[in-house]
Design a protein. Structure first.
Length: 617
């Protein structure tokens, strides 16, 4: 049955109705316990019509909407945007009248997440075999989760929201989607904020940008931080890489049970450790000293840094973890569109490897320095080459619109210690826009907005929204990250005596303080993974949590000095310790809740101050 309403009756109803955009968007339902409103936008799985199916996109917005939509895009590819909605809302701190829109891109979060068990839960088979099994499971639809598909989905969401022009904030892979949207729909873009930029053409399959940025990043890590740790971190990395090229570094590692085994570190491992540091500030603060120790002949600190998470007990994967990050989507997107070093129709396996080696051979040695091309070609769990080696052949990579880019305000944020998406990549993308500002944040790595110590990035965003100038010195030396940790001593003679003390007794006291600092740092790192954390000593022994206490069992940080005892796990721990060992002034010590370590070593009274380090400190 149809109803007809006279024009005179329609006017008062319109006055009481929500805006056209709000009504069309269908928002108004709160999403679980979150403060956001949500809706769904259904789009074709395959816009060409060749493959049937629909994707139900999950969309959120801050309550009530507003005059200006700001779309927020997370990284990956594969991260569910809605899993970080609250962080987006907090970090962007939108101006009055603006509202945030977050949608889970197809194959992520609550938008038909891709969930291949081979990639989400299995770990035993090589990643190329597991990726190929995922591709077979997905079938032809595996080619429908590219950046181009996400751009078209984003346009469908924009139409549903009803705003003609939108601001887009992207972080990491989200920056690629943001710029790709601007290429495809320039008339609908008001401005762009790009944090840690991934170029639309993708990143080099040989990590050439990362290799080129390595010396600059290492200098930044040590700027005003490495006194007494290393005179030149970049030179240390060059020296150690050359040694590892000749033979892996081998040495003892103490496991969680306190047992010693021999482990190794390769040139590829060293590169991966440096690159991972842009997401792990604690690793960035530790590897300068560990690398210097290895150069000087003490491999233990570096081997522990590389292997500390080895053989952890199986950690159950929560059923909804794939909504936070889908490795299946990550693989499908990159293997379909990344600039891989082989013909896209090349036979999976050896033929692709042959073509990759040929391409790498044509690149000058200097492009990989301080490492070599073998580091770029290494096939391990972190290698995109291995991940896509057996992915079914695709005739062509999906093209993005050629442009032109819109003449709109653009803000690029980059961490100066980021090797994953280096400053130089962000500068190249910024140069494609007529009105772009680049803000580099010292002492920070990947994804700077919202990071502790990077308040200038938030200031830059506020000024950007207010159309105020953003000077090149906005993020200057005042920005600080976690301090670089002191180099761990290789023997008792390397330990400076605790102030006011001297000789063997003073060095033993100082070693005990270093031991406590080290154990609590280790406990903080592993506690985020295990309910009952534990770990090995640097030289011998172990530590573990039990009964609400942190127990040390002949834990040795310095050869010849072992510490045994029990302490609290809170901010102000207390307990008793016994110090033994061939190099030590033996004795017993007590730690008070006020942080006073006192007792007798070598028959003499000692007293020192201990402040438990914060996590990551």
């Amino acid at each position: 049955m149809r109803y007809r309403i006279g024009f005179g009756l329609l006017l008062p109803l319109l006055a009481l109705a929500p805006s056209t955009a709000e009504a069309a968007a269908g928002f108004g339902t709160k999403c679980g316990s979150s403060p956001f409103e949500c809706t769904h936008v259904t789009v074709p799985l395959d816009r060409s019509g060749a493959i049937a199916g629909k994707v139900k996109l999950y969309v959120e917005r801050t309550p009530g909407g507003g005059k200006q939509a700001v779309f927020a895009l997370a990284g990956g590819p594969g991260q569910g945007n809605s899993t970080v909605s609250e962080s987006f809302n907090r970090d962007l701190d939108l101006p009055k009248g603006s509202y945030m829109v977050v949608f889970d891109q197809r194959g992520t979060g609550k938008s038909g997440v891709l969930n291949c068990p081979e990639l989400e839960r299995e770990t035993k088979r090589p990643v190329d075999v597991r990726a190929a099994a995922c591709a077979n499971r997905l079938g032809p639809k595996r080619a429908l989760y590219t950046t181009r598909d996400s751009v078209e989905d984003m346009e469908a969401v924009r139409k549903r929201v009803g705003d003609d022009r939108i601001t887009i904030y992207g972080v990491s892979y989200g920056t690629k989607v943001a710029v790709a949207y601007a290429l495809r729909y320039p008339e609908h873009v008001d401005r762009l904020i790009l944090d840690s930029v991934v170029p639309t053409e993708g990143q080099s399959p040989f990590d050439l940008d990362s290799f080129a940025a390595t010396p600059r990043v290492l200098s930044e890590v040590c700027r005003a931080e490495c006194s007494g740790v290393t005179p030149d971190l970049a030179a240390d990395v060059t020296t150690l890489a050359a040694r590892l090229r000749a033979a892996p570094l081998r040495g003892p590692f103490i496991g969680r049970n306190g047992h010693r085994r021999t482990v190794k570190l390769t040139e590829r491992d060293l590169y991966a450790l440096l690159r991972a540091g842009d997401l792990l500030p604690s690793a960035r603060t530790e590897y300068p000293g560990a690398i210097r120790s290895a150069v000087l002949g003490d491999p233990a600190p570096l081997l522990r840094l590389e292997h500390r998470f080895d053989r952890l007990p199986d950690i159950p994967v929560p059923p909804d973890a794939v909504e936070s990050l889908s490795f299946s989507l990550f693989t499908a997107t990159l293997c379909e569109e990344a600039p891989l070093p082989w013909d896209r129709t090349a036979a999976p396996g050896e033929e692709r490897l042959r073509q990759a080696r040929e391409q790498a051979a044509a690149i000058p040695d200097s492009a990989f320095a301080p490492f070599d091309r073998g580091t770029a070609l290494a096939l391990d769990a972190n290698s995109l080459l291995l991940q896509c080696l057996r992915w079914p052949a695709a005739a062509t990579a999906p093209d993005l619109a050629p442009g032109p880019l819109p003449d709109v305000p653009v803000l690029v944020l980059e961490g100066e210690e980021d090797m994953r998406t280096p400053v130089e990549a962000g500068q190249r993308v910024a140069a494609r826009f007529a009105h772009a500002s680049v803000v580099t944040v010292p002492k920070h790595g990947h994804a700077v907005l919202g990071q502790p110590g990077a308040k200038c990035a938030a200031t830059a965003v506020k000024r950007f929204f207010a159309d105020k100038p953003i000077g090149p010195g906005l993020c200057a030396a005042a920005q600080r990250g976690p301090r670089v940790k002191p180099r761990l001593p290789a023997k008792l003679a390397d330990v400076a005596p605790y102030r006011g003390s001297s000789g063997r007794r003073g060095r033993t006291l100082a070693t005990t303080l270093l031991t406590l600092t080290d154990v609590y740092r280790e406990q903080g790192e592993i506690a985020i993974l295990l309910d009952r954390p534990s770990g090995g000593g640097l030289r011998a022994g172990r530590w573990f949590e039990r009964g609400g206490k942190l127990h040390l069992d002949r834990f040795s940080l310095v050869p010849g000095v072992a510490v045994t005892g029990s302490l609290g796990t809170g901010r102000h721990p207390a307990g008793t310790l016994k110090v033994t060992g061939a190099a030590a002034s033996a004795g017993k010590l007590s730690l008070s809740r006020k942080g006073v370590l006192s007792g007798r070593l070598g028959g003499k009274k000692v007293r020192a101050r201990f402040d438990r380090p914060p996590f990551g400190g």
